[in-house]
Design a protein around this ligand. Structure first.
Ligand SMILES: *[C@@H]1O[C@H](CO)[C@@H](O)[C@H](O)[C@H]1NC(C)=O
Ligand SMILES: *[C@@H]1O[C@H](CO)[C@@H](O)[C@H](O)[C@H]1NC(C)=O
Ligand SMILES: *[C@@H]1O[C@H](CO)[C@@H](O)[C@H](O)[C@H]1NC(C)=O
Ligand SMILES: *[C@@H]1O[C@H](CO)[C@@H](O)[C@H](O)[C@H]1NC(C)=O
Length: 377
């Protein structure tokens, strides 16, 4: 009996995932918003990515990302940062609450979106190189469809018990899925040789197409940042024979691979636009926004961009001994550093990069995020 009912439950879940979830809503151009004068009023954000936009998945599902992370913005833990990430500033700009990870079930409310981004993850589903985390992009998309089918079931249940609801909703209304903004920031952990890039573009396109066929209409896609210009990229290069740094201290070879990834990502976005004319897909040049900040660090009030606030050459930020005591403290003034931990950006840096990108000045086409439902290409 027990096992039979769980088979039924699994059957229904599959039905929802395959039939209602993925193909339930068909994009329709006459529903596309054309009037560019008003903000889109996105009711929700669904985000996919790696540690650059992970707002709690790693912390809930694997290792808790505790202090000193979050030191500049208490009450918002679980991020590889002293405070808010670019995705948090995007949520602020759109007037939406900060996003929770569906892995983080305690006190989370997903009515205004969910964040599937997970630290260390990649586009590439085949290898788990340098990573023990299996939540690559396509798995995150599957997690999204699970949430979507649960949301549809929850609201069905609420409708059937209108006068005496047995539950309080914490999932989006079904119509939210076609009105929401879908944001993606992934690829930083992927291998960047030419063969891997072209394989990953196919995979990226397949995953994004699952979202589009499932009813996503408004997409905001970040390219990958200049890891070659972070303290980690700069120092790794300096320790290798044959390292060549450019006049800004960036690893030239690594910058080239990242730019090749971004070029192909942009091509992929253009192809998706042609294949899905009813969707509105914005490509955001995070690379140039971060690069501008790094090469003008002083003008923006930051110290040497190759110094960082938390961690040192012996211990990574947040590393603890057997008694749980921190092995390395953070600096007292994280707002002076572009880099929080050598790899990830500080809240102060994220705030400036977010300011650069939300008004559309780094986007193709140049639409602000609040107007990213209007097709301008
Ligand atoms: C598109 O949406 C409009 C308005 O909601 C509707 O009248 C029309 O039938 C839809 N077209 C298709 C092809 O679904
Ligand atoms: C989640 O948030 C929505 C909208 O703010 C609210 O109506 C709902 O009651 C909340 N659910 C829970 C379980 O707190
Ligand atoms: C990778 O592709 C780019 C652009 O197509 C090309 O310029 C470059 O030479 C390629 N690199 C290798 C190692 O094949
Ligand atoms: C966008 O914001 C940046 C940073 O605040 C500013 O320098 C730029 O001029 C703005 N661009 C537009 C088109 O408003």
């Amino acid at each position: 009996m027990e096992s039979r009912s769980s088979i039924w439950a699994l059957g229904w879940l599959l039905f929802f995932t395959l039939v209602v979830g993925e193909n339930g809503v068909v994009a329709n151009s006459s529903n596309s918003k054309r009037d560019g004068s008003r903000d889109c009023k996105f009711p929700a954000i669904f985000n996919f990515g790696d540690s650059h936009s992970d707002t709690g998945t790693t912390s809930a599902a694997f290792d808790s990302l505790g202090a000193p992370r979050g030191m500049s913005f208490p009450g918002l833990p679980g991020r590889a940062c002293d405070g808010r990430l670019i995705i948090d500033f995007i949520a602020e700009d759109l007037g939406l609450p900060y996003l929770n990870s569906p892995e983080d079930t305690i006190g989370s409310n997903f009515t205004h979106g969910a964040n599937f981004a997970t630290g260390s993850t990649m586009i590439n589903p085949d290898v788990v190189y340098g990573s023990t985390v299996p939540f690559h992009l396509d798995v995150q998309v599957s997690q999204f469809f699970q949430l979507k089918s649960h949301a549809i079931a929850q609201h069905e249940q609420l409708r059937n018990h209108r006068n005496n609801p047995p539950i309080q909703n914490n999932l989006p209304e079904p119509k939210v899925f076609s009105e929401a903004l879908y944001t993606i920031d992934i690829g930083s952990n992927d291998k960047l040789d030419n063969l891997s890039i072209s394989k990953n573009m196919n995979q990226f396109s397949n995953s994004v197409q699952r979202l589009l066929r499932g009813g996503a209409k408004y997409l905001w896609i970040h390219n990958i940042g200049p890891a070659s210009c972070t303290p980690s990229g700069h120092n790794t290069c300096k320790n290798e024979p044959g390292c060549v740094l450019d006049q800004n201290g960036c690893d030239i070879k690594s910058s080239k691979s990242i730019q090749e990834f971004n070029k192909q990502l942009k091509d992929t976005v253009y192809k998706l636009r042609a294949q899905y004319p009813d969707a509105v897909i914005t490509y955001v040049d995070i690379y140039s926004a971060k690069h501008r900040l790094i090469v003008n660090a002083k003008n923006y009030g930051f110290t040497n961009p190759f110094k960082f606030c938390c961690g040192n050459e012996f211990h990574t930020c947040g590393a603890v001994d057997f008694n749980g005591n921190l092995l390395v403290n953070a600096c007292n003034d994280p707002q002076k550093y572009i880099s929080w931990d050598g790899l990830h950006y500080s809240q102060a840096a994220n705030q400036i990069v977010a300011k650069f990108v939300v008004n559309g000045s780094f986007s193709d086409p140049p639409v602000p995020v609040a107007k990213a439902c209007y097709k301008q290409y």
